[in-house]
Design a protein around this ligand. Structure first.
Ligand code: GLN
Length: 489
C-alpha cells in the first residue's frame, strides 16, 4: 500500500482510478482482516459507488479546467467512536449495537467534503476506554506484527489497519494516548492534535476535556495533510478554537538546525523496557546529527499523571455515559418500571471496564469525596500543565518514549486493570495539558516488535513536531518496514 501522498499523486496524474485503489483496499481487507480483525463494519458497495462517482467528478473537473477536491477518491477508515451518517457506529459497545447516526462527525464531514471515501469502521476498546482493544465487545484486534499480541488501544483497529496496509490512513481519537500508543505498538505514525484544534462534534464523548480527534498514517507528511483538512473552528463545538489552520505541506526546512529538543528525565524510569529506551536514544542521536540540540529537561509532576487522569477521565465518562439508558439509543432491556429499564439496559449492555469506570467516576464526583478526589485531581492537572509551560520556555519540543513497553500479549494485563492503566504513563500528560503529540517508529525490540517515540510541542505547534518527524523519516526508514504478514504482497 502506498502512502496517501503517493496515491493522491497517482490519482491526479491519471495513473490509477479511485475505483482501482478502492477495490484494492477492499480486497486487502477481505484477505487480511480475518486474521487481524481491525474492522467492525466494512461498506464495500457504498465505497465502490462513491469511487465511481469520484472518477466521474475528476474527469469533469479536468474537462472544465478546474482543480478537484484534495482527497478526491481516496479510501479512508474511521474509528467506530466517530459518527458516520448512515453507517453503524457502535463505540465497540453492545449498547450501541444497532445505532446508525443520522449525521457525520465534523472531522468526517470535512474529509468527505474533501473527497475521501469511507471504506469501514475500525475496532476500539468500548467507548475508547482501554489500551489494547481487548475491551471491545466485538472481539480483540490482533497486532499485524505478531497476531498473539495486542495492537494497543483504544484506536487499535485503526493502527492495525494502517500497519497491515489495508488502508493508507485511518482516523482515531486520543483521550489519554489512544492514537499515539497504538501507532507505537503497530509501527505507524499517529498524530494527537492540540485540544480544540479539531472539532469534537460527532465524536461520541468519553472525557470531554481530554478527547481529541487524531489520525494514523504511514508518514508525518500524510498526517499534516489530514490535520490541515480537519482543523478549524466549528460552531457545533464550543471548545474548537479559532486559530489559523496549519499548512498542508511540510516545507522550508532541510534539517533540524536551530531546534532545541528537551528530554524529560522522568520518562526514563525503572519500568521502561531497555530496548525502548535504547531506540529512543538512538533516534535522538539521529536528530542531533540532523542539527537538533538535545538537552535534558524535567516534567516534575509526571508521576501523578496516572491517578489524575483516571479520576478526571472517569468522572467525565460517568456523566457522558448517562445518556445510554435504553430509551434514546440502542437496545432496550424489558422491565415493568422505568428505573428497571435503565438499570437492566445498562447492566446488560455495558461491558465490565465501562461499568468499572462509571463507578470510579461517580465515586470521585460524589458529595463528600468530590474535594478529596475530583477537586484535588483538577489542581494537580494544573501543575502538570505548568510543567509543560515551563519546559517550553527552555526547549522547542519534548521527546519521549510513547509507552514503557512494546506490544504486550493478548490477555497479559486483562485481569489487572491497574497494570493496564500504568501502560499509559507517558501519553496521559499531553492530554491533561492539551498539547499536541506525534508518535512515529524508531526501531524494533529483540522480538521484532515496533518501538515508537513521541514528540510533544506547545499548544497549536503541530507543524513544528510534524516537521521534525518528517525530517527524521527522510533520514531513516523505520516507517517503511512492514509486518511479515504482508510478505509476498
Ligand atoms: N488508555 C486510556 C484509557 O483507557 C486512554 C484511552 C484513550 O485515549 N481513549 O482511558
Amino acid at each position: 500500500m502506498q502512502t496517501v501522498a503517493q496515491i493522491l499523486h497517482a490519482l491526479q496524474a491519471g495513473e490509477i482510478s479511485s475505483r482501482e485503489i478502492t477495490a484494492d483496499v477492499l480486497a486487502r481487507i477481505e484477505r487480511l482482516d480475518p486474521q487481524v480483525h481491525a474492522f467492525l463494519t466494512v461498506t464495500p458497495e457504498a465505497a465502490l459507488q462513491a469511487a465511481a462517482e469520484a472518477d466521474r467528478q475528476r474527469l469533469a473537473a479536468r474537462r472544465a479546467g478546474q482543480t478537484p477536491p484534495p482527497l478526491l477518491g481516496l479510501p479512508l477508515a474511521v474509528k467506530d467512536v466517530l459518527s458516520t451518517r448512515g453507517i453503524r457506529t457502535t463505540c465497540g459497545s453492545r449498547i450501541l449495537d444497532n445505532y446508525i447516526p443520522p449525521f457525520d462527525a465534523t472531522a468526517v464531514q470535512r474529509l468527505k467534503a474533501a473527497g475521501a471515501i469511507i471504506v469501514g469502521k475500525t475496532n476500539t476498546d468500548e467507548f475508547a476506554m482501554g489500551s489494547s482493544t481487548e475491551n471491545s465487545a466485538y472481539g480483540v484486534t490482533h497486532n499485524p506484527w505478531d497476531l498473539e499480541r495486542v495492537p494497543g488501544g483504544s484506536s487499535g483497529g485503526s493502527a492495525a489497519a494502517v500497519a497491515a496496509r489495508m488502508v493508507p490512513v485511518a482516523l482515531g481519537t486520543d483521550t489519554g494516548g489512544s492514537v499515539r500508543q497504538p501507532a507505537s505498538f503497530c509501527g505507524v505514525t499517529g498524530l494527537k492534535p492540540t485540544y480544540g484544534r479539531i472539532s469534537r462534534y460527532g465524536l461520541i464523548a468519553y472525557g470531554s476535556s481530554l478527547d481529541t480527534v487524531g489520525v494514523l498514517t504511514q508518514t508525518a507528511e500524510d498526517a499534516a495533510l489530514f490535520l490541515h483538512l480537519m482543523a478549524g473552528q466549528d460552531p457545533l463545538d464550543a471548545t474548537s478554537m479559532d486559530v489559523p489552520r496549519p499548512p498542508q505541506r511540510l516545507e522550508g526546512r532541510e534539517d533540524l538546525r536551530g531546534l532545541k529538543i528537551g528530554v524529560p528525565r522522568e520518562y526514563f524510569t525503572e519500568g521502561i523496557q531497555p530496548a525502548v529506551a535504547r531506540a529512543v536514544h538512538a533516534a535522538l542521536d539521529v536528530m542531533a546529527d540532523l542539527g537538533a540540540a538535545i538537552e535534558e529537561t524535567s516534567l516534575p509532576h509526571t508521576e501523578y499523571a496516572v491517578p489524575v487522569y483516571y479520576l478526571i477521565a472517569t468522572a467525565e465518562a460517568s456523566a457522558n455515559l448517562a445518556r445510554f439508558d435504553g430509551i434514546r439509543y440502542g437496545p432496550r432491556a424489558q422491565a415493568e418500571q422505568m428505573w428497571d429499564v435503565f438499570f437492566r439496559t445498562r447492566g446488560q449492555y455495558f461491558g465490565p471496564e465501562v461499568k468499572r469506570r462509571i463507578m470510579l467516576g461517580t465515586y470521585a464526583l460524589s458529595a463528600g469525596y468530590y474535594d478529596a478526589y475530583y477537586g484535588q485531581a483538577q489542581k494537580v492537572r494544573t501543575l502538570i500543565k505548568r510543567d509543560f509551560e515551563e519546559a517550553f520556555e527552555q526547549v522547542d519540543l519534548i521527546a519521549a518514549p510513547v509507552a514503557p513497553t512494546t506490544a504486550f500479549r493478548i490477555g497479559q494485563h486483562s485481569g489487572d486493570p491497574l497494570s493496564m492503566y500504568l501502560e499509559d504513563v507517558f501519553t496521559l500528560p499531553a492530554n491533561l495539558s492539551g498539547v499536541p503529540g506525534v508518535s512515529f517508529p524508531v526501531g524494533f525490540d529483540d522480538l521484532g516488535l515496533p518501538i515508537g517515540m513521541q514528540l510533544m510541542g506547545p499548544h497549536f505547534q503541530e507543524t513544528r513536531l510534524l516537521h521534525a518527524a518528517h525530517i527524521y523519516q527522510q533520514a531513516t526508514d523505520w516507517h517503511r518496514h512492514q509486518p511479515d504478514l504482508l510478505a509476498g504482497d
